[in-house]
Design a protein around this ligand. Structure first.
Ligand code: B16
Ligand code: MG
Length: 224
């Protein structure tokens, strides 16, 4: 039996706006400082992954074993965050990705709830700068999440706060770790990006431009 879609739960970075690029530039600055060969290709692994786990991945690029104290690791992560915070000051309402404003209107008109399930502790600042505070029913506070993506916790928390059964939710992600999180939450997964990168998604779209209510319903039928 085909379920009705009751909620759409969005990732933020890379789905609502292109902050994935700002994260890349901030980690690139730290990588350059440490002489690490950090590339855009390697950066794909950091998408959706927490700040400390991203740092661990970045440091794994070193040919020689690196030994940092916990305090030094915290300092590196804090400095990356300071650079990132500077970069996101520039975010404006026009930086919302194409198709998203129209989709939010369609979802509201059809009584479908919406939430943000981001791993980012800067999510509220980004949403403020986009002036989208009133456009989602729920914004999960990443600071309250214990287990980061690919763990389903942030998506399950969003469903709980929306008071919707996870199987009636569709999640939208641009990261492999995020799609894993959605699938582990037993939700329908729509990935944004190249099809070959997301073998476990129910539907893959190359851009948010083609993400509309029809595609959301189509994704759910593909899973059912
Ligand atoms: P912060 P998302 C994730 O956000 C980013 O994709 C990932 O690159 C970042 O490391 C993570 O948030 C933590 O962000 O350092 O700002 O707390 O894609 O889940 O919206
Ligand atoms: Mg993302």
């Amino acid at each position: 039996m085909v379920q009705l879609v009751k909620a759409v739960i969005f990732d933020l970075d890379g789905v609502i706006t292109d902050t994935a690029e700002h994260h890349y530039l901030a980690w690139k600055a730290i990588g350059d400082e440490l002489g690490l060969p950090f590339t855009r290709e390697f950066n794909e692994k950091l998408k959706g992954v927490s700040r400390m786990e991203s740092l661990r991945l970045l440091l794994s690029l070193s040919k020689e074993p690196l030994s940092f104290t916990d305090e030094e690791l915290d300092n590196l992560a804090t400095r990356k965050n300071e650079i990132y915070k500077q970069l996101i000051l520039e975010i404006k309402p026009e930086d919302v990705l194409p198709g998203i404003p129209e989709l939010l209107v369609e979802l509201k008109q059809n009584g479908i709830k919406t939430a943000i399930a981001s791993a980012s502790k800067n999510a509220f600042t980004v949403i403020d700068n986009l002036q989208m505070n009133d456009q989602f029913d729920v914004i999960v506070d990443a600071a309250t999440i214990v287990n980061s993506k690919p763990d389903p916790e942030v998506f399950l928390r969003a469903a709980e706060l929306l008071e919707v059964d996870p199987i009636d939710c569709v999640g939208v992600e641009d990261a492999v770790a995020g799609v894993e999180a959605i699938k582990s939450a037993h939700m329908v997964a729509i990935a944004i990006g190249p099809a070959e990168a997301f073998p476990h998604a129910d539907l893959v779209l190359s851009s948010t431009k083609s993400l509309d209510l029809q595609q959301v319903i189509h994704a759910q039928k593909l899973k059912a």
